[in-house]
Design a protein around this ligand. Sequence first.
Ligand SMILES: C[S@@+](CC[C@H](N)C(=O)[O-])C[C@H]1O[C@@H](n2cnc3c(N)ncnc32)[C@H](O)[C@@H]1O
Length: 270
Amino acid sequence: MDAIDSAAGPGSGPPAAPGQDPGRLPPGRAISTTSIDSGAAAAFIAARTSLAAVPLVPEIRLYLSRAEPTALWQQTETELGRADLAPPFWAYPWAGGIALARYILDHPGTVAGCTVLDLASGSGLVAIAAALAGAAQVTASDIDPMSVAAIGLNSRANRVSLAVTAADLLASGTLRAEGGAVSAEVVLVGDAWYERRLAHRMLTFLGRAQAAGARALIGDPGRTYLPSTGLRPLASYAVPVWAGLEDTDRKQTTVWEPGNGPAGCRRRRD
Ligand SMILES: C[S@@+](CC[C@H](N)C(=O)[O-])C[C@H]1O[C@@H](n2cnc3c(N)ncnc32)[C@H](O)[C@@H]1O
């Protein structure tokens, strides 16, 4: 179990101040990542969201919500009979993931023929983009069981096949999940630099993955804990975002590569 410690939960306290953090989702209070009834989770997602094209990435349709995030969080917990779920990151495409998905689809050689890990996958947006771009095998990783359910629905809606793991790969710091190693020549991270502890663990993980020969790419609009040094910009996009989620309707978002450049999969370079 991974816990995010903070004060507010759904219905308790105001949304977090907009700005650097991912949208207006309040920080989670102690949450549980223990499993949920996957059928009930999928039914909830299908009933409370609708399939829509992702802004800037119209090739991909996801089950997305237009509900105010705290209200959706509350509704999820009520209908699933839980009081310890994570915020519904899975219901929205985040700016970092949108930029990274756009980059991958425009530069398929980044992942084509490669084994790919999408860390902090949320809706599965980046993983789906990698699969559509021709990755040999894609694993989507998210510790939130609601996210795992959403990734299942979203991958089917886009007719791609993904492996999904709810294991906390960051806890071990290695490409290892239950049942063995996760194979990854390319590690992708969309919008995961919004929390200090997560950012620290992510940086450690990416460093180890790169040392083991993987290529790492990050999509991020400049969240609070994005490292300020050691990142090389590859592309930047004015990403349309929902003003109900962020503090604006457009976020300039960059695709970064940590360290000194390509390692990892060299099957096809674009
Ligand atoms: C802001 S969302 C980004 C989702 C997606 N990458 C995107 O850009 O649309 C961050 C995601 O990180 C996930 N997360 C947090 N800690 C994690 C961990 N240790 N391992 C995997 N995912 C994690 C959350 O559950 C959430 O779905």
